[in-house]
Design a protein around this ligand. Structure first.
Ligand SMILES: Cc1cc2nc3c(=O)[nH]c(=O)nc-3n(C[C@H](O)[C@H](O)[C@H](O)COP(=O)(O)OP(=O)(O)OC[C@H]3O[C@@H](n4cnc5c(N)ncnc54)[C@H](O)[C@@H]3O)c2cc1C
Length: 268
C-alpha cells in the first residue's frame, strides 16, 4: 500500500520525515516483533539498506536505525524489531498497533547491498538475532538470485522461538509468485546457542571447525567463487570478519565492491 497523505498526530511531524501508517504487527517472543507500514510513494531504496525510524510521541522524537526487511519491490515496508526494556525507542515501538503512525527519515543507506559485492557463484548471509532483517529483504529480491547461483542464509539465535521470523519469511518466499521460482537456490541454515535444536553452536565456531560446510554439503569458502554479507553484534562481526579474511575474502563498500561486506545489527 503506497501512501501520500499526512496522518494526524499529537506532536507536529518534524520536517524531512515521512509519517506512515502501521498496517500489521506480529509479536514472536517477549523480545521480538515485526511490523509493516505503508510505503511513501516517493521512497526508493535498495534491498538490504536501512532507514531511521521514530515515533510521533515527542517534540524531538528519538530515531533509531532499522533495516528494511521487505524487498525493494514490495508496496509496503516491513521491519523486524527487538524490544529493549526501557529502550528509548522500543519501549514505545513495541506497543504500536495497526492504524498508528511511525516516522521515517527520508534517506535509506547501507552496505549490505548486492552492488557492494563482486559477482560470484555462492553468497553467504551470516546473521544473528535481528541481524536477519536486511537478509529478509535480499532473499526476497530476484536480483540476488540473478547475481548468485546459490544463496546460503545462516541465522543463529539463542533459542528456537527466536528463529520463527526467519522460518516464516522463507516459507512465504517459497509461495511467492515473483520469487518462489528462485527458492531452490536458497539454503536456510538455523542454529541455536542456548537451547537444543537440530543444529547447535555459534556461527564462528561452526565456520572454524568446518561443521558449517559439512552440514551444508559445500566446500570451504573460496575467494574465487564465494561472497559474504555479515550482520550481527560487534563481537560476531569482528570474529566472522576475521574468519572471512582467513579464507582470503576482502571487505567491500558501495564505492569499492569486493568479496564481503559487514553491518552492525545494533550499537553496543
Ligand atoms: C545499521 C543498523 C541497523 C539496525 N537495524 C535494526 C533492525 O532491523 N531491527 C532492530 O531491532 N534493531 C536494529 N538496529 C538497532 C536499533 O537501531 C536500536 O538500537 C533498537 O531499535 C533499540 O532501540 P532503543 O532506543 O529501544 O534502545 P537503544 O538505546 O538503541 O539500545 C539499548 C541497548 O539495547 C541493545 N540492543 C539494541 N538493539 C538491539 C538489537 N537489534 N538486538 C539486540 N540487542 C539490541 C544494545 O545493547 C543497546 O546498547 C540497527 C542498528 C544499526 C546501527
Amino acid at each position: 500500500m503506497m501512501s501520500n497523505t499526512m496522518p494526524q498526530t499529537e506532536f507536529p511531524i518534524p520536517s524531512g520525515v515521512f509519517a506512515q501508517t502501521v498496517t500489521l504487527v506480529r509479536h514472536y517472543t517477549d523480545r521480538l516483533f515485526k511490523f509493516r507500514i505503508t510505503r511513501p510513494a516517493s521512497l526508493r531504496f535498495r534491498s538490504g539498506e536501512f532507514v531511521m525510524i521514530g515515533l510521533p510521541n515527542a517534540q524531538k522524537p528519538v530515531f533509531r536505525a532499522y533495516s528494511v526487511a521487505s524487498p525493494s519491490w514490495d508496496d509496503e515496508l516491513e521491519f523486524y524489531s527487538i524490544k529493549v526494556p526501557d529502550g528509548p525507542l522500543t519501549e514505545h515501538l513495541q506497543k504500536i498497533r495497526a492504524g498508528d503512525v511511525v516516522l521515517m527519515r527520508k534517506k535509506p543507506t547501507g552496505t549490505l547491498v548486492n552492488d557492494a559485492l563482486l559477482p560470484g557463484k555462492r553468497l553467504y548471509m551470516f546473521s544473528t538475532g535481528t541481524g536477519i532483517a536486511p537478509f529478509a529483504s535480499l532473499i526476497r529480491d530476484p536480483e540476488t538470485y540473478e547475481k548468485f547461483e546459490q544463496v546460503i542464509l545462516t541465522h543463529t539465535c539463542r533459542t528456537r522461538d527466536e528463529l520463527t521470523y526467519g522460518h516464516e519469511v522463507v516459507a512465504t518466499l517459497r509461495d511467492d509468485p515473483l520469487v518462489g521460482g528462485f527458492a531452490a537456490q536458497l539454503t536456510h541454515d538455523c542454529a541455536t546457542t542456548r537451547q537444543d535444536s537440530p543444529v547447535r553452536g555459534r556461527i564462528t565456531e561452526r565456520i572454524a571447525s568446518g561443521a558449517l560446510f559439512s552440514d551444508l554439503g559445500v566446500p570451504p569458502i573460496d575467494p574465487q567463487t564465494d561472497r559474504a554479507m555479515i550482520c550481527g553484534s560487534m563481537a560476531m562481526l569482528r570474529d566472522t570478519k576475521k574468519a572471512m579474511e582467513g579464507f582470503g575474502l576482502r571487505e567491500g563498500t558501495n564505492n569499492r565492491p569486493a568479496t564481503f561486506v559487514v553491518e552492525r545489527a545494533f550499537v553496543g
